[in-house]
Ligand binder design. Structure first.
Ligand SMILES: [Cu+2]
Length: 242
């Protein structure tokens, strides 16, 4: 009996591999790229030291280390820009990821500083600090939210039903701010520490892709995404003259 079962399992497994492999690589593409700050039109804002002495618990939470502002983070070596939201404007519909996202309040800063969500996806707001944070969301399309979390370890789950980009702030610590992007589809992300981004499982097609930055505004590019291997689309973000 044991041998038979083993044989049966191997056959099923081989069949599953044969079917699943071409399906996953042929039915969708991947969009990858970098977001770079362009110096053509001006200098990037410099990071500043966040002054959090007003709450000694915040200073203690960072063990006295200096914390840099996160609205503009340009990597010195290659001018790549962090914290840029990248999303498809005319995307096909897709299901919200089953895994939720976390918006942490840690060291009296929001982590992450920029977060993207799909409509209906859970965002867990967590306090990791031994001090009171009061998260205050300023959406226009979704209900406003405003609640305190006085102790470390407290969490609260939120979901959003309408797409928009909005700011959240802390009513206790005026330096704390973050941006949340809510989209009707799962084809969105944020550029990472290397200024790189990746959007997976994107069906082949013609798309408009938007890069959005809280200080430098947005830019849009068209791209033709093919099945299989990655399609590269880079963004040069500059100071927008008003
Ligand atoms: Cu706070």
């Amino acid at each position: 009996m044991k041998r038979q079962n083993g044989l049966k399992w191997r056959m099923v497994s081989a069949a599953a591999v044969a079917i699943a492999f071409p399906a996953s690589s042929a039915l969708a593409g991947t969009l990858v790229g970098k977001t770079t700050f362009s110096n053509k039109n001006g200098e990037a804002e410099k990071r500043t030291v966040v002054k959090m002495e007003a709450d000694p618990a915040c200073v203690a939470a960072n063990q006295g280390k200096k914390v840099g502002s996160e609205d503009v983070i340009v990597n010195k070596s290659d001018n790549t820009l962090q914290n840029v939201m990248i999303y498809i404007k005319n995307a096909p519909k897709g299901e919200a990821p089953k895994e939720g996202a976390v918006m942490d309040q840690k060291g009296c800063m929001y982590s992450p500083h920029v977060l993207t969500l799909t409509v209906g996806q859970t965002m867990t707001v967590r306090n990791s600090d031994e001090t009171l944070h009061n998260i205050h969301g300023l959406p226009q399309q979704n209900p406003e939210f405003n609640f305190g979390q006085p102790r470390a370890g407290m969490t609260k789950d939120l979901t959003f039903e309408r797409p928009e980009i909005f700011k959240v702030k802390c009513d206790v610590h005026p330096w704390m701010g973050a941006y949340i992007g809510v989209f009707e589809h799962p084809f969105h992300t944020v550029s990472d520490k290397e200024g790189a981004y990746k959007i997976d499982n994107l069906p082949a097609g013609e798309y408009e892709v938007v890069a959005w930055h809280e200080v430098y505004g947005e830019s849009t590019q068209k791209v033709s995404v093919k099945d299989g291997g990655p399609t590269e689309l880079n963004f040069e973000i500059s100071v927008q003259k008003k």
